[in-house]
Design a protein around this ligand. Structure first.
Ligand SMILES: [Zn+2]
Length: 125
């Protein structure tokens, strides 16, 4: 019997070894993902905790990403750069979905935004 810790978002009791902690709060897996999906794109603390989370789970490069996130990453690598509009069109993503995917890829330090003239391009980190 392992001890349970209460998720601070939904109040569910979670076994100690399945708890996700971020910014001093404890969450169940569902709430952790929910909270992380809301991290804004430019959030250095989010970036740091994501990186530590990946390191503590032995994840490197594109490990732990969804297939679509990997495809976006590979597309940018093969193209060198692309605008959000290009990526949205190619992967049939709404702006909100795309921002979400980009935020995760940015947190993993795989892709970043780069301003060239009047346009912003997504480029490899
Ligand atoms: Zn929860």
């Amino acid at each position: 019997m392992s001890d349970c810790i209460r998720c601070q978002k939904c109040g569910k009791d979670v076994p100690e070894d399945e708890v996700f902690a971020t910014e001093g709060k404890t969450f169940c897996e569902d709430c952790y993902i929910d909270v992380n999906n809301r991290i804004r794109v430019c959030d250095p603390w989010g970036e740091r905790s994501k990186k530590i989370y990946r390191e503590s789970h032995g994840l490197e490069g594109t490990d732990g990403l969804t297939d679509q996130q990997k495809e976006i990453y590979e597309y940018i690598q093969s193209q060198g750069k692309a605008t959000m509009a290009d990526i949205g069109k190619r992967f049939n993503l709404s702006e909100a979905e795309l921002n979400n995917q980009f935020a995760i890829l940015r947190h993993c330090q795989l892709l970043k935004g780069k301003k060239e003239g009047d346009s912003v391009y997504i480029v490899p980190w």
